[in-house]
Design a protein around this ligand. Structure first.
Ligand SMILES: [Zn+2]
Length: 256
């Protein structure tokens, strides 16, 4: 394992345009409840409630699940329920050191931003607030929104959370930034992503076609492992990044 970590750290140090592509697995050690599987929100609610047409027709059906998602991620009224872990913090530190050019995340939990990442592409939107479907007015998630049965804009329009619904397109700016980063990167670290949610899942393929080295951090193999991944680190994200950072920061003894 130490050999793989050392080899990955070498690639990270040598990269000219380093990127990270993260999924739900990076936030597990922060205590984010999984959306799928036992105890997940989709065991309790039908995913169709996050379909945009359903939401427009029957917002009262969708809001109990949305409210629960906000509460899980943000606390009841905007107070953080969870904190970034070592993996989020190391990525933010690498950005501050000029080592990493972009973090592309599929997560809506806001933990990369909370850790200090600024060159951040939130591919599936975020959970910080709501936007009016009619006039575009934005408002943070606060007590008033949390308590309303169906939050509505002063214009009468429906407020929709800042994250992307099923059947909704990726925000054009996020898509353009993510594809640009994937085309330019010469080393991409995949973290805690299963590679099954498209179009996000195509980004590592795009990086690969451009000749990038791919490093994967995942406790379990994914759809990418053994196909397009050069170095596979089978560890939880926080553990892996803590150890990677020690190798990346280590000053090598002078040669000779
Ligand atoms: Zn409005």
């Amino acid at each position: 394992m130490e050999d793989i970590l050392r080899a990955a750290a070498e690639k990270i140090r040598a990269a000219k345009y380093l990127t990270a592509f993260t999924g739900a697995g990076i936030s597990v050690e922060s205590g984010i409840p999984p959306f799928r599987g036992p105890g997940g929100i989709w065991n309790k609610y039908d995913p169709s409630i996050l379909d945009l047409d359903t939401f427009r027709r029957q917002p009262g059906r969708s809001w109990p699940a949305i409210r629960e998602m906000f509460a899980n991620l943000l606390g009841a009224a905007g107070r953080p329920a969870v904190q970034p872990n070592t993996a989020h913090r190391v990525l933010a530190k690498w950005e501050a050191e000029g080592r990493i050019q972009a973090v592309i995340t599929q997560n809506i939990d806001g933990l990369h931003a909370a850790a200090g990442s600024r060159r951040l592409v939130e591919f599936h939107g975020h959970c910080r607030g709501v936007t009016c479907l009619e006039c575009g007015r934005e408002r943070p998630w606060d007590a008033a929104t949390a308590e309303a049965e169906v939050p509505r804009c002063p214009c009468g329009g429906l407020f929709k959370p800042g994250f992307v619904f099923f059947g909704e397109g990726i925000p054009p700016a996020a898509l353009a930034q993510a594809e640009e980063a994937a085309r330019r990167t010469d080393c991409m670290i995949l973290v805690g992503t299963s590679g099954v949610v498209y179009p996000a899942a195509a980004l590592p393929m795009l990086a690969r076609r451009g000749g990038a080295t791919l490093i994967e951090v995942n406790p379990e193999p994914s759809d990418y492992t053994g196909k397009i991944v050069d170095l596979f680190i089978p560890l939880p994200a926080g553990d892996a990044f803590g150890r990677l950072e020690r190798h990346v920061a280590a000053v090598r003894p002078p040669r000779g």
